[in-house]
Ligand binder design. Structure first.
Ligand SMILES: [Zn+2]
Length: 123
């Protein structure tokens, strides 16, 4: 891969990482015991009524899937940055063939080439 493109993708990944960490910090805190893991803060604003309490529980339930999605994305980005360091970036984890530049430009944290990408995931 050309160095110029690699630098470009690395910058994009780092930008994305900052954005994700910011989004996560808004409602989650880093798990001290598990590296790279985030926990949604359980709202404990000292609710006074049962109704309020129910609302807080609901909010927590709504945030959890968002947290999981952001966390997974962040892990993929960290993995991609790690691969840039190791020099294995842009290689499909399954078939070990290079991932197309167009795909990496659109989604630099891609782990697999188009062919090997599990169909369950959107990308
Ligand atoms: Zn592949």
């Amino acid at each position: 891969m050309k160095k110029k493109l690699l630098d470009q993708l690395k910058a994009k990944l780092e930008e994305e990482k900052i954005k994700l960490v910011k989004e996560l910090s808004a409602f989650a805190k880093r798990d001290k015991n598990l590296k790279g893991d985030w926990d949604t803060r359980y709202p404990s604003l000292g609710s006074t009524s049962l109704e309020e309490e129910a609302e807080e529980v609901e909010e927590y339930g709504n945030l959890l899937p968002i947290e999981n999605t952001l966390e997974l994305e962040l892990q993929k980005i960290n993995l991609a940055l790690e691969k840039i360091k190791k020099g294995t970036f842009g290689i499909c984890e399954k078939c070990k063939k290079p991932i197309s530049e167009a795909r990496l430009k659109a989604y630099p944290q891609a782990r697999y080439c188009q062919k090997c990408q599990p169909k369950k995931e959107k990308r």
